[in-house]
Design a protein. Structure first.
Length: 67
């Protein structure tokens, strides 16, 4: 399983972020659902230099979201 980057380290590429998320999902024998990994996935997104999804306005990542 890939290690989860922190927002304190260097930024990573989008390609590496997707690779790490893909490695994480479904590879753990005790994996129940993607919800178990939301914080780790959010940390990977933040490691690309984007705003951490947990700290972002809901429209940051979905500008077409209905009000």
């Amino acid at each position: 399983m890939a290690t989860t980057p922190t927002t304190d380290g260097p930024t990573i590429s989008d390609e590496l972020a997707i690779t790490r998320i893909a490695e994480m999902l479904g590879t753990n024998p005790e994996w129940d659902s993607a919800a178990d990994y939301l914080e780790s996935i959010a940390d990977i997104v933040a490691a690309t230099g984007r705003q951490h999804p947990g700290d972002a306005d809901p429209d940051t990542y979905n500008p077409n979201r209905p009000s």
